[in-house]
Ligand binder design. Sequence first.
Ligand code: EPU
Length: 443
Amino acid sequence: MFSKIVKLVVVRPCTHQCFMEGVTHTLEKYIINGGFPLQGEVTISGAKNVAVAMIPAALLSDTPCVLENVPDISDVRIMIDILKQMNVDVQYKEPGVLAIDSSHLSGTTVPYELATKMRASYYFLGALLGKYHHAEVALPGGCNLGNRPIDQHIKGFEALGAETELKGGAIIADATELTGASVFFDQVSVGATINVMLCACKAKGTTTIENAAKEPHIVDIANFLNSMGAKIKGAGTDTIKIVGVSELKGSTYSIIPDQIEAGTYMVMAAATKGDVLVKNVIPRHMECLTAKLTEMGIGIEEGDDSIRVYYKKRPKKAMVKTLPYPGFPTDMQPLIVTLLSVAEGTSTVTETVWDSRFKFIDELKKMGADINVSGNMAMITGVDELYPAPVKATDLRAGAAMVIAGLMARGTTEIYDIYHVERGYERIVEKVKGLGGDIQKEV
Ligand code: EPU
């Protein structure tokens, strides 16, 4: 449909700025006066990593979609800017309720600089290729967690009949026709699983994804696509089957609560010796964390859609190894390391998903943590307490870990580079204040 238009689009060369995630560093900081237990209730927002996939997924529909429980975070704002620049009618009907009408989409090239600002822009590849058989998307940005290849995404697109090339810093994917195929991932990947699901929804015939990721996001995206008329079975297991359909129609769909945001407030409650009811969670999604916190001696009470976390005594040491779902999530690794930094004894944390996710440990050490990193393992000898220091958020979850550390340390901690945190945490300052935390954002 857009083949003539897209061939004329010139991919603009990237500036130095956009490789720095397109985000201008500012002097914005959080100032935390810590040392007080957090108490009260906090309500969890919609899942970031679902929202950033569901927004591109909505382009597969022939009629408008409405997404509910969309978190107001900077990654979502970038997604909305991308859609607006592509002439998609996107607007909030009310807070958290986003209507997307792509009937006037102007082409299949995602604006270069916006795409480089975030990792999840790669979902435009699967969605646009699936619907229009053509997509041009700059290599994605996002948190710097080390090597972040997208070879498995490409492998999936090519199995379905697309040709891909890297040109001018952008990936160009093109297909005359997409035909269902068997895709066996060499590596379990959340992004590749979702991207191939998006691409396969409208392909001819059946696609089978083997060694698929099983995260709750995968199930939520599959449910959304099915609500639009897709035929996806097996999401949440190793094998996903997608029978291609000729059209998808708009639907109204509510995004699940953010598992990692929930984990952040759960760890925050334990780490500040507090007592917090974390509301709007799916306790089943939190099992890896609740089991670990229980093992460490933290009080946990599960409700139907809430979890109370309360401090009983100094946490015990633990061994943690990050793994794809249902294992311990890598995105909670900086949070648990921060809690273990004051646990009794020596703990070990092994990071198996990302090869460079321990950068925040240098920041935590500035606050008195006793941690030795060797390869992908951190040995954490619990100290009695952390003390305040100026630190920076080295990435999104590392930034959340610094907020927790600041709330633990008696005195004033300043956290810089907080734009990382605001990519993924809705109203974090307000939520922490609601729990009695003394945190200010200085602009
Ligand atoms: N990998 C490959 N080839 C690929 C894709 C991934 O080798 O084609 C490797 C990666 O290098 C990594 C592992 O597979 O070692 C897992 O990567 P995955 O593709 O699952 O990660 P992702 O989809 O890029 C999402 C989340 C991350 C989260 C990971 C793992 C989004 C937008 N991001 O990334 O979230 O850490 O899954 O659960 O959904 C965060 O929210 O802070 C965050 C970084």
